[in-house]
Design a protein around this ligand. Structure first.
Ligand SMILES: *[C@@H]1O[C@H](CO)[C@@H](O)[C@H](O)[C@H]1NC(C)=O
Ligand SMILES: *[C@@H]1O[C@H](CO)[C@@H](O)[C@H](O)[C@H]1NC(C)=O
Ligand SMILES: *[C@@H]1O[C@H](CO)[C@@H](O)[C@H](O)[C@H]1NC(C)=O
Length: 504
């Protein structure tokens, strides 16, 4: 059929005026908007909501059309008298609006706009990458427009500072590089069985006795400095004090509350007390209770402290409800104020948690653990010999996760549309049994950059195909972006961490 020039379609143009201030993306809903029948296409990449103005009105470009005018009138009344509260209560997203737009005109005027400081910080970062040195001048790309926002609101790095202490300066350099990569959460795994490096004024003995030494502690001032510095790079710090297992380090100060501390971790012929040296867990006290009940009691008592008294969202490792040995009923941890972080079984566990209605952070070890493949560190542990090593000294999660593996991971693979909405993002994890300040840059970067891009704008090109080939050249350039200060440690490192930093 050919177009008929006599039959022009009627075009109705509406302008909706919803005078709203402020826009609240913070209290918006990740609950899917429910239009019935379902629209053919709908795009809501950053779920957000604005209050409907009491002076809301609908203006029509065809005000004299009788039926349309009547429809506008009754829809306006319907809207303003809406009382429906969704059956499933909206969930507050863990997200700020990080979008920005940036343009540099050919005449040299640059304009950056964003709804929040976080979007503005990301825009400043992008602008800094539009500038380069050419002989003795600096050039800036001109005639360029960028509109940008992340696919996932949570793009993190887990940094363990218990297995090895990571000095403050190294943490600051790491969060700065996170900002350069538009990553926004430092999941600070502060304590574990091996050491308790944070000096808590209420219980200083935990660090005094449980840290590796006086120079390997974070003072309250250090913590404030890290948190404030991170915010100036658009990075939020999410602290973790590992409990109730992984608490052997507490026993140095409070032996009476810890059980199994300082034991040989893998006694011959018996179940191992821990996965690696550093045994100890908070003592259940009542040996007649089951471990499931104990964990439930522990979480029922501590969850309200976080979500009620502190008014925060609690993040738990998936083990609290998926562990094959000790777990609690999901009803103990309400979905409204609990996020679960998955690390096992790749996309399978992500799907299980999302289907249960929890928001999920993905840290699947088989893709996102940055420590894997560096061999065993316990001399007498033969369990992983031969595992992806061809010889002795395997590591439990071998092999090494290459940047391509990190980049290509589709964290919502196999999920329904609704389940996908529950996945707030991911974290690469830097467990530090074999990492300290001397090597942390090369272990984290550029592989964390690979996740950063994958979660910001995806890992596929416009043709729908994985774009790691295209990313190779860009990532090479990016890891080299050191401000001309020279090469810092070979192909496995990332010079970008060493960009000039007037503030540290
Ligand atoms: C960039 O955006 C400005 C303002 O919207 C517009 O005038 C200009 O044509 C755009 N330039 C390009 C290269 O798209
Ligand atoms: C809890 O935090 C939210 C978000 O920051 C805030 O809107 C709310 O007022 C807080 N509630 C209480 C009781 O402090
Ligand atoms: C996920 O589940 C599928 C189907 O049961 C199974 O074949 C696969 O091995 C599982 N993957 C992981 C990583 O557990």
């Amino acid at each position: 059929m050919k177009p008929d020039s006599h039959l022009l379609p009627c075009l109705f143009v509406f302008f909706f005026f919803a005078v709203v201030l402020p826009v609240v993306s913070h209290s918006a809903s990740t609950f899917p908007v429910n239009i019935w029948p379902k629209p053919t296409t709908i795009s809501w990449p950053i779920p957000a909501a604005s209050p409907l103005s009491p002076s809301f009105t609908i203006l029509s470009s065809h005000p004299s059309h009788p039926h349309l005018s009547a429809a506008i009138s009754h829809y306006k009344n319907l809207l303003l008298s809406e009382r429906h509260q969704p059956l499933r209560p909206p969930i507050t997203p863990h997200a700020a609006d990080e979008s920005y737009s940036l343009s540099v005109s050919l005449t040299g005027l640059a304009t950056l706009s964003a709804a929040t400081p976080w979007g503005a910080i990301h825009g400043l970062e992008s602008f800094s990458q539009l500038v380069w040195a050419s002989e003795s001048r600096l050039l800036v790309a001109a005639g360029i427009n960028i509109t940008d926002r992340p696919l996932f609101p949570h793009r993190g790095l887990l940094l363990d500072t218990s297995r090895n202490f990571i000095p403050v300066e190294d943490i600051l350099r790491t969060v700065r590089a996170m900002g350069y990569n538009k990553m926004n959460v430092l999941h600070w795994h502060i304590t574990d069985s091996q050491s308790f490096p944070i000096l808590l004024p209420s219980v200083p003995e935990l660090a005094v006795k449980g840290s590796y030494g006086p120079k390997m502690q974070y003072s309250p001032e250090d913590v404030r400095r890290i948190v404030g510095y991170a915010m100036s790079y658009g990075v939020r710090v999410m602290p973790e004090i590992d409990v109730p297992g992984h608490t052997g380090s507490w026993a140095e100060a409070y032996p009476e509350i810890v059980t199994c501390a300082n034991k040989f971790w893998a006694p011959a012929g018996k179940p191992a007390l821990a996965a690696e040296p550093g045994t100890g867990q908070l003592n259940p006290l009542n040996p007649k209770t089951t471990l499931d009940q104990l964990l439930q009691t522990f979480i029922s008592k501590t969850h309200p402290l976080i979500t009620g008294d502190l008014n925060r969202t609690a993040v738990y490792w998936e083990d609290v409800i998926l562990s094959p040995t000790v777990k609690i009923p999901p009803s103990t941890i309400p979905k409204e104020n609990t996020i679960l972080q998955t690390w096992n079984n790749g996309p399978n566990n992500t799907k299980i948690l999302a289907a249960m209605g929890y928001r999920v952070i993905v840290s699947s070890w088989d893709f996102y653990y940055l420590d894997c493949g560096h061999g065993g560190w316990v001399g007498n542990d033969g369990r992983y010999d031969g595992l992806a090593t061809g010889g002795d000294g395997g590591s439990w999660c071998a092999p090494f996760k290459t940047w391509q593996r990190v980049y290509d991971y589709d964290i919502t693979e196999g999920l329904t549309e609704e389940e996908r909405g529950m996945v707030i993002g991911g974290e690469v994890a830097m467990w530090t049994e074999q990492v300290d300040g001397a090597v942390v840059d090369g272990r984290v970067w550029p592989r964390a950059s690979a996740m950063a891009e994958s979660l910001w704008s995806g890992n596929r090109g416009e043709d729908g195909k994985k774009r790691d080939a295209d990313a190779t050249d860009r990532l090479n350039e990016w890891r080299q972006a050191d401000g001309g200060e020279g090469d810092w440690g070979g192909a496995d490192s990332a010079a970008v961490v060493r960009r000039p930093s007037p503030d540290v």
